[in-house]
Design a protein around this ligand. Structure first.
Ligand SMILES: [Zn+2]
Length: 114
């Protein structure tokens, strides 16, 4: 008997693919889509949950990296994964603040080192 308690949602879906997954920044409580509320916060319209944009972007980054460890973390990639609700400028600022920037011609990306 497999111990199901230790399996994450994603481990129970062995054949997930990037294109098949729903993109977006979701409310951790009611799983609705979060939308920008102020310059610093995004908000769930359903339950009223608010989250700092920095925290929300980092949540997307960690989720993306957990699901797709082979994919490079880029501004565009995280923007798309988060459902395109935030501008590239905002995402670049957050990634630059918390991640290590690897400059490599047209293939610059970020590394999660913290
Ligand atoms: Zn909610």
């Amino acid at each position: 008997m497999v111990n199901h308690v230790e399996q994450s949602v994603y481990e129970r879906l062995p054949n997930y693919k990037y294109d098949g997954l729903k993109k977006g920044t979701f409310c951790p409580f009611c799983t609705s889509v979060l939308i920008p509320f102020t310059l610093k916060k995004i908000r769930c319209e359903k339950c009223g949950y608010e989250e700092d944009i920095d925290a929300a972007v980092m949540r997307s980054v960690k989720e993306f990296h957990l699901l797709f460890p082979d994919r490079k973390i880029t501004t565009m990639g995280i923007q798309e994964w988060g459902g395109l609700i935030l501008s590239k400028k905002v995402i670049r600022r957050v990634l630059g603040k918390y991640l290590t920037y690897i400059e490599k011609g047209g293939h610059s990306h970020y590394l999660l080192t913290k």
